[in-house]
Design a protein. Structure first.
Length: 144
């Protein structure tokens, strides 16, 4: 797997918003997350529900409700988020087609693909939501 897909990317975007707000204890609604991250409200709601089902976020109903991370940002790896929406495993792609590499002489790109897959897997495993704490994706008014 050389990159994560659109839904995983949107899930990371929403999780990054919750990480930005970690210290403030502010709860975020799916509508607010959708607006701030530029995704549809139904998709934001679905992502938050799926992340809550695996205990990465916690939701609170009611007028002051919303979502927050279920544990500290330093304890949530990107791989945990991405794996909710897609497989997180090395690729079996080959320039010669499916099933070629590993069943004979590898294609000329094999070693490079394996190296890139290793870097990608390492990135997902080592990177936590802590990188977003203290940062904000909100644009300053003079950048508009």
């Amino acid at each position: 797997m050389s990159s994560y897909g659109r839904t995983s990317s949107n899930a990371i975007a929403i999780a990054s918003l919750l990480a930005e707000r970690w210290g403030s204890k502010v709860r975020t609604t799916s509508q607010e997350a959708a607006k701030l991250r530029g995704i549809s409200k139904p998709l934001a709601a679905r992502i938050l529900v799926q992340l809550s089902q695996v205990d990465l976020v916690a939701g609170t109903p009611g007028p002051n409700g919303g979502y927050a991370l279920a544990k500290a940002p330093k304890d949530i790896r990107l791989s945990e988020i991405v794996s909710v929406f897609q497989k997180v495993e090395p690729s079996d792609r080959c320039a010669y087609g499916p099933g070629w590499c590993g069943n004979g002489k590898p294609c000329p790109l094999h070693d490079t693909i394996v190296e890139l897959d290793g870097q990608y897997m390492s990135f997902l495993e080592k990177t936590t939501l802590e990188v977003f704490v203290g940062h904000s994706a909100q644009q300053d008014s003079d950048h508009s």
